[in-house]
Ligand binder design. Structure first.
Ligand code: C2E
Ligand code: MG
Ligand code: MG
Length: 577
């Protein structure tokens, strides 16, 4: 053997060893695309033995859906010597399944010794799956599987372009769960996650094919409706709200989903995806403020409100510290005698530039930000101190009056509630029996167990519990049955139409009767005229408040009344209306 032969031989042996041991498939095909050589690694990756494929054409192993692409590639390879860019396709395994592979062709047809094309093939199935998963993750919400914000924006953009061409309109719904933070805090994160998944499913079933549902963040969802009208969009919003109201069985019988929805349409409310989404968000806030579990269509006038909200948001946190919060006291009258029975403490924020900001403008914000715990705590303490101060000064006149204080859902869910209350009444030296806390039905429905426990603890301090805005929630009757409730406050909404429609008196009457049956005194809210007052008196409603009787008063005004009563003016105490 000549030295050169020896070198050539060694090179070939090395080459063979390389081919034998590489995990890539090395295939040599001739100019007619027939396999001449196949490395053994094919057995491991595709299950075939080299002998089973040698003499056949590789195209038979290519998925029919990928064949035309592969043939085209092959033609290009034949035309030009050298290495060609990779192509991927699905290759048949012996067991009948498909693997995704990537092949690089090196045209060495002109090479005397090889006279063929070397195909180097690698299994990229796992890599592809990972890529697909990552791509899915990049555009989907992991928890609910819905589109994420990025994909949603993209879809909205695309839909807007289509709508423009077709002179159609696109609707964006912005949905935010009501009081979700409380649920999450009280039931735990796992239950919270389940509720989010449930929400996603319930939204999806309300949509048509082609609509997109997305989770935008936390408890915010977006819905894109293509070819939408005002009517179709509100129809979807109604359906979604309706669906969400069904109890969530897995989370316990007391848990309900509620949401507020804002709607913006591309023909009137925004030309870009960002604008549409922002305006739908703004409308959502309006829905939330006007009583939860409802929807609102965007209006341009809401912009000012949105700006105000932004401004207030940044200033709310420090408003208590700067002494900008104050309380008004609205007298609650004994409707039979006309005497003042107590007061409801109502928060006011005196903003340095905007003047008095009403609670509807900042309480929802404070709830959302969690600031309500501090602000509400301040209100509680201040109202109790106030009652004590009046009593000290006018023991005969103020000694029997009670103070009714609003508690928001968030406060009820917060651990600091009891210590705050105990400390406030301890410091003021006032009996709990002089106090009423007002909570809404939805606060009770959120986590019945926690609400019940907290309220019972308050009752042990002698404090009574009133259901505020009774009749506007969902679980009214169930809640009354299970919850430690002492007083019903009939929402102004029902009182408002007393004397103007047929149905309302019967509703109010039913509520008063319910109070009788359950032995709970009823307080009518929002009495604005004499007719309403008379009807309520006739129905036997015990207590009432409203502008017709008295507006919420500054403390000085209450003091004026107490002083006059002390001076013998029967105007206030014990005087029939
Ligand atoms: P609410 O507890 O139902 O309070 C009654 C609301 O009705 C008060 O509004 C009161 O001013 C208003 N009102 C009273 N009589 C009439 C009437 O004849 N006609 C009409 N149209 N309205 C009447 P306000 O003071 O604006 O408070 C709104 C809501 O803000 C309250 O509703 C309550 O939910 C909340 N809120 C007020 N103060 C506090 C507080 O200290 N803590 C918490 N958590 N919420 C508060
Ligand atoms: Mg109230
Ligand atoms: Mg009320």
């Amino acid at each position: 053997m000549s030295p050169t032969e020896e070198v050539g031989d060694r090179a070939e042996r090395r080459f063979r060893a390389l081919v034998q041991h590489t995990t890539d498939l090395i295939t040599l095909v001739d100019d007619r695309m027939t396999i001449r050589f196949q490395s053994p690694s094919i057995e491991q990756s595709l299950g075939w033995l080299p002998d089973e494929v040698i003499g056949t054409k590789p195209i038979v192993l290519v998925h029919p859906g990928d064949r035309s692409r592969v043939i085209l590639y092959w033609r290009q390879v034949q035309e030009r010597p050298g290495v060609h860019p990779a192509i991927d396709f699905r290759a048949l395994r012996k067991d009948g399944s498909w693997r995704t592979v990537e092949t690089i062709a090196n045209n060495l047809l002109g090479d005397d010794e090889l006279a063929g094309v070397i195909l180097t093939t690698r299994d990229i199935t796992d890599r592809r799956e990972l890529e697909t998963r990552l791509a899915h993750q990049a555009f989907h919400d992991e928890l609910t599987g819905l589109a994420n914000r990025a994909l949603f924006n993209d879809r909205v953009k695309h839909a807007l372009a289509v709508a423009e061409r077709e002179y159609g309109s696109v609707a964006v719904l912005f949905l935010d769960l009501d009081d979700f933070k409380e649920v999450n805090d009280s039931l735990g994160h796992q239950a919270g996650d389940e509720l989010l998944v449930e929400t996603a499913r319930r939204i999806e079933v309300c949509l048509r094919q082609g609509d997109t549902a997305a989770r935008l963040s936390g408890d915010e969802f977006g819905v894109l409706l293509e070819r939408a009208t005002r009517e179709s969009a509100t129809g979807v919003a109604e359906r979604v709200l309706e669906r969400l109201r069904d109890p969530v069985a897995s989370a316990g019988p007391e848990v309900f989903l509620r949401a507020s929805i804002g709607i913006a349409l591309s023909d009137t409310d925004g030309r870009t995806a960002e604008e549409l989404l922002r305006n739908a968000d703004t409308a959502m806030y309006r829905a939330k403020a006007s009583g939860k579990s409802s929807f609102a269509l965007f209006k341009q006038s809401m912009h000012a409100a949105a700006l105000l909200r932004l401004e207030l948001r940044s200033e709310l946190e420090s408003a208590v510290g700067r002494g900008e919060m104050s309380l008004r006291y609205q007298p609650i009258f004994d409707l039979a005698t006309g005497a003042i029975a107590g007061f409801e403490a109502l928060l006011r924020w005196t903003h340095p530039r905007r003047g008095i900001v009403p609670p509807e403008a900042f309480i929802p914000l404070a709830e959302e930000m969690g600031t309500i715990v501090r602000v509400g705590g301040w209100a509680f303490e201040t109202a109790v101190q106030q009652l004590r101060a009046w009593e000290t000064r006018w023991p005969d006149e103020a000694g029997q009056l009670w103070m009714s204080i609003n508690l928001s859902t968030r406060q009820l869910a917060d651990r600091s509630l009891l210590p705050t209350v105990e400390q406030a009444i301890g410091k003021a030296g006032i009996s709990g029996s002089r106090l009423i806390v007002e909570v809404t039905e939805s606060a009770l429905a959120i986590d019945a167990a926690v609400a019940k426990e907290r309220l019972e603890a308050l009752q042990r301090l002698g404090i009574r519990v009133a259901v505020d805005d009774f009749g506007t929630g969902y679980s009214s009757l169930g809640v009354l049955e299970q919850m430690p409730v002492d007083v019903l406050k009939i929402a102004a909404r029902f009182v408002e139409r007393l004397g103007t429609s047929e149905r309302r008196p019967r509703l109010v009457e039913a509520m008063v009767r319910l109070g009788d049956t359950l032995d709970l005194p009823t307080v009518a809210e929002g009495i604005e005229n004499a007719t309403q007052l008379t009807l309520l008196q006739l129905l036997g409603c015990e207590l009432g408040q409203g502008f017709h009787l008295s507006r919420p008063l500054r403390p000085e005004r209450v003091e004026g009344l107490l002083a006059r009563a002390a001076a013998g003016d029967p105007l206030l105490v014990g005087h029939p209306l």
